[in-house]
Design a protein around this ligand. Structure first.
Ligand code: 5GP
Length: 335
């Protein structure tokens, strides 16, 4: 555990609003409402009532979304999510988030607030590099996806080393991939990378469409067939494996039955990720520990998985070299 905690880890699949740990949620509530206010007491009471099941996970998303409805809430939440990753010795994280609009901010403002918070966090947490992947929520209309891609393209011009791609996520039972394919294709043609939640639930025809369309990285990949896994391997597309998330949200029956096992047996490309460390009460260190305990991963395999994450990140070549060096330096001083 000490070894995994100290390892300079790389997180490639993390949703911003899902990535605030319990302490951070309390800090956020306290900042917004003041610790002695009635609102804060009510908030704490609601928080302590969450059960540890699937429904509670989604209740928690709604809970965090309420806390990020204001500009200040969103700004501080971004800082806290970065703090949580930094405290877990994550040296690089690609944060995804769905731009939202309400009376306090537009989708453009939302992204700008997150960008500003990431830049400011660099001063407080210089050890961690953060990139941003705006998310398309497939449960929302295509017009919203079009706005998100247009903002991502525009803001990527101003921040070329920060916004590197676009994510497709949201309830996999809602929306049709084919409706979003044209706007995703436009994003890709204009230089953005695509990370796509794929085969998260059983839907073989959609998986075929997604694989045919292509992607830079595959989110979850729970219901991929052996042929699909082989295809991804041949095309050097990595599968982002989120063990606790999949078990707690019920798409995988148990850790032992997690598809990471099949992916490892096929020697396909894989990385270990948290998905929503706050909502699922985990950290990247814990995810490595769980993978090591469940599948007998050795220290060397954990290092290799980290280096695989470095290679499949959207960081620049120089940044990737620096990340790999940090891993090598850490390994060199191990007893
Ligand atoms: P946000 O985009 O608000 O920063 O992060 C939370 C959102 O990410 C959720 O409301 C949901 O749309 C998306 N999300 C988080 N975890 C998952 C997941 O495991 N699967 C899918 N498909 N979407 C997710």
């Amino acid at each position: 555990q000490q070894f995994l905690k100290g390892l300079p880890k790389v997180e490639l699949h993390a949703h911003l609003n899902g990535s605030l740990g319990t302490q951070s949620l309390c800090d956020l509530g306290e900042r917004l409402y003041g610790s002695s206010s009635e609102d804060f007491q009510k908030l704490c009471a609601r928080f302590s009532r969450f059960k540890k099941d699937m429904d509670a996970c989604f209740e928690k998303f709604a809970f965090v979304h309420e806390l990020t409805l204001t500009q200040e809430g969103l700004r501080f939440a971004t800082e806290l999510a970065i703090r949580d990753f930094a405290q877990d010795n994550v040296q690089y994280v690609e944060l995804r988030t769905t731009p939202k609009a309400n009376e306090n901010y537009s989708r453009r403002d939302y992204l700008q607030i997150v960008i500003d918070a990431i830049r400011r966090a660099k001063e407080t947490y210089p050890e961690i590099t953060v990139k941003l992947l705006p998310s398309i929520n497939r449960a929302e209309p295509v017009a919203v996806a079009e706005e998100t891609v247009s903002l991502a393209l525009e803001l990527a011009q101003a921040h070329p080393n920060l916004i590197l791609g676009v994510d497709l996520s949201g309830n996999p039972g809602k929306g049709r991939f084919s409706d979003f394919a044209p706007i995703l294709a436009q994003a890709r043609d204009k230089g953005l990378k695509l990370v796509i939640h794929c085969a998260e639930i059983e839907n073989p025809s959609e998986v075929k469409e997604m694989l045919h369309f292509g992607m830079s990285r595959c989110g979850h990949g729970t219901f991929l067939t052996p042929e699909d896994i082989e295809q991804l391997k041949q095309r050097n597309i990595v599968i982002e494996c989120c063990l606790t998330s999949n078990v707690k949200s019920g798409t995988v029956p148990s850790l032992e039955e997690h598809h990471l096992k099949r992916i490892m047996e096929a020697d396909a490309h894989k990385v270990i990720c948290t998905d929503d460390s706050g909502v699922f009460d985990t950290t990247l260190t814990k995810e490595f520990l769980i993978a090591a305990e469940t599948f007998g991963l050795t220290r060397e395999q954990c290092i290799d998985l980290t280096l695989e994450a470095v290679q499949h990140s959207f960081a620049s070549e120089q940044e990737r070299t620096e990340m790999a060096d940090r891993v090598a330096n850490y390994v060199a001083i191990l007893p």
